[in-house]
Design a protein around this ligand. Structure first.
Ligand SMILES: *Cc1c(COP(=O)(O)O)cnc(C)c1O
Length: 379
């Protein structure tokens, strides 16, 4: 197996992330039925390790695993934790919180979609006002880093306001968990979630929710709104049988176990430092070419740069993308309505040296296309 070599691509998109060879190879295992005790042991180890990524105490928090991408974990949290007759408040300043609101609409839930500008952190006073306006709000949902813009939301401050109203607080941490340090107790997070292809640097296909066990237990009484995506049922089945209710993503779980071993070997602080250095190299490389970022640095979570398209007739995101892709670097379109942006992200097993290599390629590509350097903006 050691003779197998896989080409290394540098993914600058917001997930799936670049993985190590050892994580890729961890998927190549003897066929196994996931109902075997051996596999149950792996899933228990995985659940325990996932709790540790956010410093969740094992006596009060639980990690619940599902087969799916990150949106599945959002779906589970939105549909499973709302008592009958109560309302869900979404603190919405970006594409991912909008997605959570869409999920709530799809289930026909009582929703308050509290929208704020996408180019800055969510205003705590606006959250306070929304909570004050409605006594029936039982669940509040927001996104830690809005991945479309890279904006960081003030989770700890929001949690105080939410808990003062005795609501539960769900935070989508899909694009921060195992990158930007999170401590669920310190940060006031009742439920958070992510998927294996992002911060932990695994493969796509495993979604997980980390949340308070007492609330999961209480949710047993809530309406079952989905057969496959119900949090309590998955939790209860795993407790009883040590297995996921339905077929787990077997090979993805082996890769996730390896990825978590590598995560703890690297260490939370060292890994965050690496991402920070990668992001610094991105900022510097962009500035050297004259590119403008659309979100002020103070508002950024430190993992995503959203960059304005230059005003140059030779600029074409598609052509730049294709030329970079051919050389092993993947850049990604933006997610800001009415504004041409692209994104460069610091997720995955990449370093500042990869970013330096990327900017050498980007400079050549821009030159070949006839885009003026430094790039030009009309205003
Ligand atoms: C990536 C991401 C998700 C999940 O997306 P999938 O494509 O379903 O894996 C959810 N929330 C945020 C904030 C994300 O960045």
């Amino acid at each position: 197996m050691s003779e197998v070599t896989v080409r290394r691509n540098v993914l600058l998109n917001p997930g799936p992330a670049t993985t190590t060879d050892t994580v890729k190879m961890a998927q190549v295992v003897p066929d196994i039925c996931p109902r075997e005790e051996e596999f149950g042991t792996i899933m228990r180890e995985l659940s325990t390790d996932l709790l540790r990524t956010v410093h969740a105490p094992a006596d009060t928090y639980e990690a619940v695993l599902f087969c799916g991408s990150g949106t599945l974990a959002m779906d589970v949290c939105v549909n499973s934790l709302l008592p009958a007759g109560k309302k869900l408040l979404v603190l919405n300043n970006g594409a991912y919180s909008s997605r959570a609101a869409d999920i709530a609409r799809a289930y026909g839930l009582e929703l308050i979609d509290c929208q704020q500008p996408v180019d800055r952190p969510f205003d705590v006073a606006a959250a306070q006002a929304a909570l004050d306006a409605d006594a029936d709000i039982a669940v509040v949902y927001t996104t830690h880093q809005e991945t479309g813009t890279g904006v960081l939301n003030p989770i700890r401050e929001l949690a105080e306001v939410v808990h003062a109203h005795e609501a539960i607080f769900i935070v989508d941490t899909t694009s921060t968990l195992a990158m930007r340090p999170i401590d669920v107790v310190r940060d006031g997070i009742d439920f958070c979630m992510a998927s294996s292809q992002k911060g932990i640097q695994g493969m796509t296909g495993l979604a997980f929710i980390i949340g308070r066990r007492d609330i999961i237990e209480a949710s047993r009484e809530y309406p079952v709104r989905s057969y496959y995506c119900n949090l309590y049922q998955q939790y209860a089945y795993f407790r009883e049988n040590g297995q996921m209710h339905f077929t787990p993503p077997v090979q993805v779980i082996y890769a996730a176990r390896q990825a978590l071993r590598e995560y703890f070997a690297e260490g939370e602080a060292v890994k965050w430092q690496r991402h920070t250095e990668t992001m610094t190299a991105i900022h510097e490389g962009l500035a050297a070419l004259g590119f403008r970022e659309v979100i002020p640095r103070a508002y950024q979570a430190g993992l995503v740069a959203a960059v304005a398209y230059p005003d140059d007739p030779h600029w074409s995101f598609e052509r730049v993308h294709d030329a970079c892709y051919a050389q092993g670097f993947t850049i990604y379109p933006g997610k800001m309505q009415g504004q041409g942006t692209f994104r460069l992200c610091a997720l995955g097993a990449i370093t500042a040296a990869d970013i330096a290599a990327f900017f050498r390629v980007l400079r050549e590509v821009l030159t070949e296309l006839g885009v003026a350097i430094p790039v030009h903006y009309e205003k």
